[in-house]
Design a protein around this ligand. Structure first.
Ligand code: HEC
Length: 188
């Protein structure tokens, strides 16, 4: 409000003829704005960028087994439990696939852990319980899901024990993690 009043006072004190010049300046400004916003004809189709000859540089970040477990495996294990608890079978199915893929990527990123073949170890430890979780999801069977999820969690620990990491103990999560995510099934 104060600024408007000040501007008005200035115009009152302006010399004669200043108004015309001011109006001209405003018109010129409007014209410029109109011209600037006039769409220019589209340029002819730009040629396709040349195919890159050199491969893109790979990021110099090498996550450890512990990093991958904490970043990729643990969150999926938790979210899978929440999906089952909410009987959100569509999401549980998705999250089970995410967990499977995360374990597969761990094996691809760290093919040999100490002296063990990671892919073989993951398969030996988790294939059967993961399949049981999948069957429970398919049958929309909460009781079977809980039993299979318990076996999956035991498999996490069996692998930790076999790899000299018995101190890493996983359990069925309690409480609601990820409060920014709604785990309830979507209404159709
Ligand atoms: C193939 C064997 C294997 C399987 C299967 C496995 N883990 Fe691990 N996990 C490891 C190893 C080995 C480590 C220790 C890595 C290190 O620090 O060198 C580890 C570490 C972890 C850690 C890091 C601990 C911390 O506090 O920083 C978490 C969390 C974890 N695992 C969660 C899980 C969960 C959840 C599952 C099951 C869904 C699972 N892991 C299945 C081998 C496995």
């Amino acid at each position: 409000m104060t600024y408007t009043r000040l501007t008005f006072c200035n115009r009152v004190g302006a010399p004669p003829g200043a108004d015309a010049r001011w109006a001209g300046a405003v018109l010129a400004g409007l014209l410029f704005a109109a011209l600037a916003s006039t769409p220019t004809p589209a340029p002819a189709q730009a040629p396709a960028p040349p195919v890159q000859a050199t491969p893109a540089p790979t990021p110099d970040y090498h996550p450890s087994m512990g990093d991958l477990m904490t970043m990729a495996v643990q969150p999926r294990h938790i979210k899978l439990a929440l999906a089952g608890r909410h009987r959100n079978w569509a999401y549980a199915d998705y999250e089970l696939s995410e967990l499977r893929n995360a374990l597969a990527r761990v094996a691809r990123t760290i093919p040999i852990y100490r002296t063990s073949d990671t892919a073989a170890l993951v398969d030996a430890m988790t294939r059967v319980p993961l399949e049981a979780v999948g069957a429970a999801i398919h049958n929309r069977d909460a009781g079977a899901f809980n039993a299979a999820y318990g076996r999956l969690t035991a498999a996490c620990n069996a692998c930790h024990q076999s790899q000299d990491h018995a101190m890493v103990v996983i359990r069925v999560p309690s409480g609601e993690a990820y409060s920014d995510q709604d785990f309830a099934p979507r209404k159709p």
